[in-house]
Design a protein around this ligand. Sequence first.
Ligand SMILES: C[S@@+](CC[C@H](N)C(=O)[O-])C[C@H]1O[C@@H](n2cnc3c(N)ncnc32)[C@H](O)[C@@H]1O
Length: 348
Amino acid sequence: MWWRRTLSRSCRCCLGCGRSGAKGIWSLHTRPVCSAPALPAGRITALQALDVWKRHFEEKGVTEPEHSSQYIIAHLLGAKTIESVDQQSLTQFLSKEKTEQVWQLCTRRLSRMPVQYVIEEWDFRDLTLKLRPPVFIPRPETEELVELVLTDLQRHPGAAETRRQTCLEVGCGSGAVSLSLLKSLPQLEAFALDRSQDAVDLSRENALRLGLQDRLKVYHMDVIKDAERMLGLFSSISALVSNPPYLFSEDMATLEPEILRFEDHAALDGGEDGLNVIRQILALAPDFLSDRGRVYLEVDPRHPPLVRRWTEENVEGLRYAETRHDASGRPRFCILQKEESHKDPDQD
Ligand SMILES: C[S@@+](CC[C@H](N)C(=O)[O-])C[C@H]1O[C@@H](n2cnc3c(N)ncnc32)[C@H](O)[C@@H]1O
């Protein structure tokens, strides 16, 4: 089985701060909208269309020109990758209708729309998710966040009587994180929330498509503005997970303009120090978590010491447990744990 993959695994913090040479498939140059090559007068094969568009993307400075044309044309031929298209489909002539579809989708890519939005879907771990702007496109490093949570939940499978485990995700976007956890853990129930109605709708749609809707409740809520409401809804949560907006506001200016044009600004900008949403999650965590329940956060590499210090100084009952590194060795994940509440027996 071929999976769609970004070959240059750049991450969001690098898109923001410009520390990475390699750019991901959603990372695009700033250019005015370019015109498409004319539709061919005669018939054309998929291989020829691949070549026309690869060269056109190159000429116009569209990043990852080869992969862009490959993913779009593979998608139109009913496959995920060009490698999984059979040779005959590549070498026979495309129908007029198919050729027009190739031109239409590749022209969208020419306007710098990320491939994931052009083909309206992408793979995240073992799921294929529906995607549309402006809902945040899940990044590869978030698969590592899911892996961390999964490993922990599999190691500590809930109270013996029920084996019930619950997860709360703040900022669910397309639903990638919660749905991945639900797919791998049949005993898990998940709650997810997002301030964006588009994200809430897309998460629900993806849950339905994947048949996971019975174990996922999605709320249209803002973790900062709706804290009171949240306190009435969530308790005894095993894992509080978030890939929040965590870019430093000053880095937003250095972002590729097309990311800002197509993706929700509020999914990226974490405020002056990138911690606006993170601080709120940490402050609320002890109220939501079960004893020894954990918080799992994806953060900027500059964040772990700041998160540790802020928690130690401001949050009672939450202990900074550890920092985890991503595949390229950068400190990207913070894990915190709720301390066990010791009930005073005289109080009962
Ligand atoms: C970086 S995206 C992550 C989306 C998804 N979890 C993923 O990894 O693909 C952050 C998400 O948090 C949401 N968000 C931002 N601020 C929020 C807030 N104050 N309350 C709830 N959700 C928020 C955004 O709408 C966005 O969907």
